[in-house]
Design a protein around this ligand. Structure first.
Ligand SMILES: Cc1cc2nc3c(=O)[nH]c(=O)nc-3n(C[C@H](O)[C@H](O)[C@H](O)COP(=O)(O)OP(=O)(O)OC[C@H]3O[C@@H](n4cnc5c(N)ncnc54)[C@H](O)[C@@H]3O)c2cc1C
Length: 277
């Protein structure tokens, strides 16, 4: 399969979206862009440094580019944030299942769809927001950040959704004061949603999942595990028997409900089980 081979990709542009959050736009090949869909991911290889998964925050067939938006966490993302326009990295993929749009989603009692992102988890949701918007599906988006200096993509989302967009910050520096969960709880009091999509820190996703199960709202969530081969062979990213790189990274409420490790355990680079914080 072509996706197992690396493509050498030159950096076209770079932007610091917020404190410690960068977007790098790379030239990418047309065939692979056609294989992308919201929630799928690519593996970025910086030779001699690291290889890690990122889920594109945008891809464009006209310009043959993908945009990767990431938070600087360790050596890999730190190095990626310091490369210059024209420098190249190696990218393979896309991999994974991506978000699914259930049949009849637009018509479900005319109730809107809710998309909830926490921190850098907003990035992989961007292509989904645009996709559902262009399908004329009624949407409400909630994005939660620690504070205003970590908030990003605010204009990009406001331009599409105007008032159907809620921002929350832990310190109240913009939007409502509180977490994404607080914001969703408030929204659920005001209106009913037909479906929810989410991405963010695992404890946020776990709390949201429990809340949505209680309310009977079907949902899909993009979760993270340590990915090494991305080919379904090494078993590094397994969660309760599901290979995240193949059967994930997006799981629906039925699968999430069966998972004993979701919100509890993950594996580190050595495969050792540790608590989700
Ligand atoms: C499907 C998927 C999509 C992702 N999309 C995004 C995204 O769009 N934007 C973003 O900022 N982050 C995303 N991540 C997380 C991103 O992969 C990590 O932030 C990145 O790997 C950190 O690497 P590092 O070398 O900078 O840090 P390190 O110091 O190596 O690690 C810091 C932490 O990052 C995580 N991590 C490191 N290597 C991997 C790996 N190979 N696989 C999974 N997790 C790893 C671990 O939790 C680790 O503790 C995604 C993860 C997955 C699984």
């Amino acid at each position: 399969m072509s996706t197992t081979y690396y493509v050498k990709c030159a950096l076209k542009s770079k932007e610091e979206e917020a404190r410690g959050i960068f977007s790098c736009t790379f030239n990418f090949d047309r065939k692979r862009i056609m294989e992308l869909k919201p929630g799928r991911f690519v593996m970025v290889w910086l030779p001699g440094i690291d290889e890690f998964p990122l889920s594109p925050s945008n891809y464009d067939l006209e310009t043959c580019t993908i945009r990767l938006t990431f938070k600087v966490r360790g050596i890999g993302t730190q190095t990626l944030s310091t490369i210059d326009v024209g420098d190249a990295v190696f990218i393979r993929g896309p991999y994974g299942n991506g978000f699914k749009v259930p049949k009849g989603l637009a018509k479900r009692n005319n109730k809107p769809v809710l998309i909830a992102g926490g921190g850098v988890g907003v990035a992989p949701l961007m292509p989904l927001i645009k996709d559902l918007f262009h399908r004329d599906i009624k949407l409400h988006v909630v994005c939660g950040f620690r504070s205003s200096d970590e908030a990003f993509f605010i204009d990009e989302i406001s331009d599409l959704l105007e008032n159907n967009f809620t921002i929350s910050t832990d310190d109240g520096s913009i939007g409502i004061k509180g977490t994404v969960i607080d914001a969703v709880k408030e929204l659920l009091k005001q209106k009913a949603f037909s479906y929810v999509y989410a991405c963010g820190p695992e404890m946020m996703l776990f709390k949201l999942h429990r809340m949505l199960l209680d309310k009977g709202v079907p949902h899909q969530m993009l979760i993270e595990r340590y990915i090494k081969c991305a080919l379904g062979v090494c078993g590094s990213c397994i969660i309760d028997g599901f290979r995240l790189c193949r059967e994930g990274p997006v799981f629906n409420d039925v699968k999430l409900k069966k998972m004993k490790e979701f919100g509890r355990y993950k594996r580190n680079a050595s495969g050792v089980r540790e608590l989700v914080s």
